[in-house]
Structures are given as C-alpha cells and as structure tokens.
Design a protein around this ligand. Structure first.
Ligand code: NAP
Length: 556
C-alpha cells in the first residue's frame, strides 16, 4: 500500500517540480507535526510570515502534553504566568490565571483559547498520526504518510513533538493480564476515572507519580505506592491568584520575562551569586528555610551558585532536605525510604509537592520499597512482588517517557540517503543547534536532542522564531533546501559536550541523561542528551548563526 502510493506520487511530482521555494504542487510549504505549545506557536508564526502551513496532530484536540496528561493532580510546576506564551500582549492582557500553578484543565482551556483567538483550528488536522516521513531529493520536499493511508507533501517538515510525549510502560511480565482498570499518567482518558472505595496501586514516584499520589490518596480506599528510587521533592506552595494580584502580574510581565531571559534555565528564579560556604551556617539555613517556604522551583533554581555543581555544597543541601522529610513523616522507617540515597538534591528533576510526604502518614497509604521486594509480575488481580501479591482494582503506571528521541522513533523518518533517523540516532546522537540533522534536509526540530531544558515555553518561543527566520531567509532567496554542514554539527556537538561539564545532574541516571530502563538501548547515559549550558549561551550561539547569514548551513 505505502510503496504503491509513493510510486504514484513520485511520478506525479516528477512532471511538476518547481524551481522556487513556493511550489503550489506541494500540499503545503510547511507541515508541522504536533499541536502542543510548540506547534501552535509555530503555526501562528508561519502564517504571519506568509507560508501555507498546517499542523498534523494525532490527538483530537490541541494541547500536546496538556492534552495527554490528564491524570488527577496534573498541574504546572512552574508559575503559570511565566510558563505561558509571551508573544502577544493582547493575550497576556486578556488571560487571567486562577492559581500560581494552574491545573491541567485550566492549562488546556488556555491553549484552546489561544488556538481559537488566533484562528489556528482551521489549519490543524486532528486524528492525523504521521507514521512515515520520507525526504524526496528530486522534488526537494517531505512526503508524509498518515496512519489512515493518506499522504501529505511539504517543502519543509517541522517536528513539534514535545520532549516527553512517548509514554513507557514497565517491562513487567503479565502486564496485559490485569483484569482491573489500568492507566498510564501520560495517556490518561478523557472520560472521568473514579477512585472512591477502590484499592489502587501506583508504580513510579517521579513528578507525575507524586502529583497523582497526593491527589488521589484522600479518595481511594487503599493506596499502595511501588517505589524504585525516591526523588527529592520540594514544596510547591501553590495558592490562588485574586484579581488584584493578577493585575499586578500583568503590570510586571515585561520585567518578569526579562528575568526569565537572564536566568540560567529561563525561570523566574535566578541563582544566588554567593557560594554555599561563603555565608555562615545560620545564614545558610535561614536562606534555605526561606526558599523551602517559597513557591515552586525556588529551592532548585534560585539557590546558591554551587549547590548543583559542588558535591560538598550539594550534600549540605541534601542533608537539609532530608531533615525536612524526617520532620514531616511520622514513621522513621518510611521517612528513610523516601530520602534518596543514590543522588543529591536537584540532580534529577525535582517533583514539586503539596502535602506529598504527609500522604504517607495516612493509614490507607502503603509504601513498597522495590529495592527490597522487586516486582515479579502483574497478575490478573494485582501486583506480585518477591514478598507477595497486592490485590488492587486499579493500577496507575507513572513510569515516565521515552524522552526526547522516543517521539521521533515512533515515526519512520527517512533522510536523503534513505537512512532511518531512529537507526542513525541509536549509534550517533548529534544535531545542529538541536534543530537540524545532516542528511535530513528541510527537517527542522523544535527542541530536538541537544536542546535546552528548563522553562520550555520560553525556549519554544525562541526556537520557533529562530526557525521561522531561517525559513524567511530561504523563501526570500528562493532557497529550496537546507542542511547543516558536518563541521557545523561537530562544532555544535563539541560545544554541547563542553557545556555538560560541571553539573552533577550529568553524572546521574535519569531521563535527562537519556536513561529509560524500559526502553532497549536506553541504558547508557548520553553526554549532551540535552544542552547543559544556560539559556543565554544557547541563544548566543543560535543568534550568531543567524546574524552571520547561516554560514554553517548548506543551502541550495
Ligand atoms: P519519571 O520522572 O521518568 O519517573 C518515572 C518513575 O517510574 C520513576 O520513579 C521510575 O523509577 C519509575 N519506574 C519506571 N520504570 C519502572 C519499573 N519498571 N519498575 C518500577 N518503577 C519504574 O517520569 P514522570 O514522573 O512522568 O516525569 C517525567 C518528566 O515529566 C518530569 O521529570 C518532568 O520533567 C515532566 N513532568 C512535568 C510536570 C509538570 O511540570 N507539572 C509534571 C509531571 C511530569 P526510577 O527512578 O528508579 O527509574
């Protein structure tokens, strides 16, 4: 079916190939995959720049991450107003956030509002899963094949897939034999799920697990949490935003976004210029108490300059955080189970919590240490560990994602030489600026591998604008093909590796270093899986490429 379609299409195209960037024989100038925060803004910018563009989205609505992750308790871990779009003053003025950390339903409403306000829906094709993307050298375009068998052609393909959009289930025997209900946090159904009176198991204690556990613990009859490695969690300290406060936030948007541009990770919290041991012990503890009582990622992103790079400073902070856990949990044995021993505070993504630790003081909540009693299998009735069977009505898998490359892997992406991107990346994960890959001309990625972590919407807006400028550069010069030079890729990859140096996080197993024990081949840390430098150093590099006329890229 696919081959026959491709042959007909190629013969049609060979008689109609155009010499200019714009080619009305192609379905679109640009196709974007994904209608999340990146895709929506990309479509908006492309349209403003006069391109014929559309989004192909596999879901039935916009929102990306916030469309799929509807699990109970899902909400922003960054301040709502700093984690939304900044490009439209009108939008900033119109939208009122109800909480400092908005919940998933409100976030989804916001993204739907954005899509509606900017009339984006008309160019989004929902329930369109792209299964194959083939670069066609002769026609200088991408040919996409959708799950329903239809094809779409475009000069340029932009992936706006999200870095955490390919959920992974654990490799546990019998996982399909369970007779009750089971859910993955990243694939949560739209229909309501009730837990009242039910015995529920949660496997996984990352950011998604923590949000789910603290939310449902009060509703379920009994909750059994299966924990492999505990994470360091910090208080979210969420609260409502009233009219006056929202007005104040609106009045300060400009200054707030300026702080985001100047902070290392793009957040509103900037690193304290002092070293941990440059202050007295009393000053140190008082600063940490202040941060612990502050909102969101303050204690992670706004701490002393050396806590995430100097092991001694990190140990001091970890001890402070460990004592907080001990103070909040009644049973000392449970407290010790919840204190990470294999990594220091902030070296993996810090889940933000609201009375998460107190959850374990509830009589209906049990914590199972999988290091002591590993899961052997899932049975029709529940979870079997080395110590016995836990019978439950519902299993929630909060077991994470095949990060960054996983969402690319699900599409059979073939470049100019026919090589599959999945194979290419299994042995050699290098890009140019996280935007392009050699041998995959006209494929542009919003936040691909080697891209920035931190405040995603801030990074997304920057990358989308950078990519749009590149396309305007091409269109105005009638350049039809773009690919990074090998030397540019090498220079960028060396830069990425150099920036991976000092952070303790790079020496720890997590999705941020490319590890996922449930995915074959993802068992070794990848240096520079994500860009470890600051927002400023990333932008400086990208800006210099654009200002220099994209000399690192080969056009034709
Ligand atoms: P995650 O951080 O990768 O956590 C997955 C959890 O599942 C870990 O506790 C892991 O244990 C456990 N696990 C995986 N496979 C297992 C197995 N076979 N047996 C037992 N346990 C297993 O995934 P996540 O919680 O979905 O979060 C991923 C990222 O999404 C976060 O780091 C964050 O960046 C983002 N996120 C953001 C928000 C927000 O902003 N509001 C909310 C949720 C998630 P190990 O640690 O031992 O591997």
């Amino acid at each position: 079916m696919e081959k026959a379609q491709l042959r007909i299409w190629v013969s049609l195209m060979s008689t109609r190939t155009s010499e200019s960037f714009i080619d009305s024989n192609l379905d679109y100038d640009v196709v974007v995959i994904g209608a999340g925060i990146s895709g929506l803004y990309q479509l908006y910018c492309l349209r403003e720049a006069g391109f014929r563009a559309c989004i192909l989205e596999r879901g039935t609505g916009v929102g990306g991450t916030w469309y799929w992750n509807r699990y109970p308790g899902a909400r922003f871990d960054s301040e709502s107003y700093s984690y939304a779009y900044s490009f439209s003053e009108e939008l900033l003025e119109e939208w009122n956030w109800s909480e400092h950390f908005a919940s998933q339903p409100e976030i989804l409403r916001y993204l739907e509002y954005v899509a509606d306000k900017f009339n984006l829906f008309k160019d989004i094709r929902f329930s369109c899963e792209v299964t194959k993307a083939q670069y066609m050298e002769e026609e200088t375009c991408w040919q996409l094949i959708l799950a329903n068998g239809s094809t779409v052609s475009a000069r340029i393909l932009i992936t706006a897939l999200g870095i955490l959009s390919e959920p992974t289930f654990p490799n546990i025997e019998g996982i399909n034999s369970f007779s009750g209900e089971s859910f993955h946090t990243g694939l949560w159904p739209k229909t309501p799920v009730t837990f009242e009176g039910k015995n529920v198991a949660v496997i996984g204690t990352g950011a998604s697990g923590v949000q789910t556990i603290q939310e449902i613990a009060h509703e379920v009859r009994n909750l059994t949490v299966f924990q492999r490695r505990p994470n360091w969690c910090a208080p979210l300290n969420n609260s409502d935003i009233d009219v006056d406060e929202m007005n104040e936030i609106k009045a300060n948007y400009k200054d707030m976004f300026a702080i985001c541009s100047e902070s290392h990770g793009g957040f509103i919290w900037t690193v304290d210029p002092r070293g941990t041991f440059e202050v007295t012990a009393a000053e140190r503890v008082s600063f940490w108490e202040y941060l612990y009582a502050s909102r969101g990622m303050s204690i992670w992103q706004g701490n002393f300059k050396d806590v995430l790079s100097d092991p001694v400073a990190n140990k001091e902070l970890s001890d402070f955080m460990a004592n907080k856990i001990r103070q909040r949990i009644h049973d000392p044995e449970v407290a010790e189970l919840l204190i990470p021993k294999d990594h220091g505070f902030g070296t993996r993504r810090v889940p933000l919590e609201t009375k998460y630790y107190e959850t374990y003081n509830q009589p209906n909540v049990d914590l199972i240490d999988l290091n002591r009693s590993p899961i052997r299998a899932i049975s029709p009735k529940g979870v079997i560990t080395s110590e016995g069977e836990y019978k439950v009505d519902t299993i929630i898998y909060a077991t994470g994602f095949n990060a960054i490359t996983g969402s690319f892997d699900r599409i059979d992406i073939r470049g100019a030489s026919g090589q599959a991107l999945k194979e290419e990346w299994s042995s050699h994960l290098e890009t140019f600026l996280s935007v392009q890959v050699p041998d995959y001309p006209n494929l542009l990625m919003i936040n691909g591998p080697q891209g920035l972590g931190g405040n995603h919407p801030r990074n997304i807006e920057y990358s989308v604008e950078w990519v749009t400028s590149l396309l305007e550069h091409m269109k105005s010069r009638n350049l039809r093909r773009v690919e990074p030079s090998i030397s540019a890729v090498q220079t960028w990859s060396e830069h990425v590796r150099a920036k991976s140096g000092s952070a303790l996080a790079n020496k720890i197993d997590s999705w941020m270093t490319g590890i996922n024990t449930n995915v074959p081949g993802k068992d070794k840390r990848v240096v520079g899986f994500r860009y470890g430098g600051s927002v400023q150093s990333y932008r400086l590099f990208c800006d210099s490429v654009a200002k220099g006329g994209y000399k690192e890229m080969i056009f034709s």
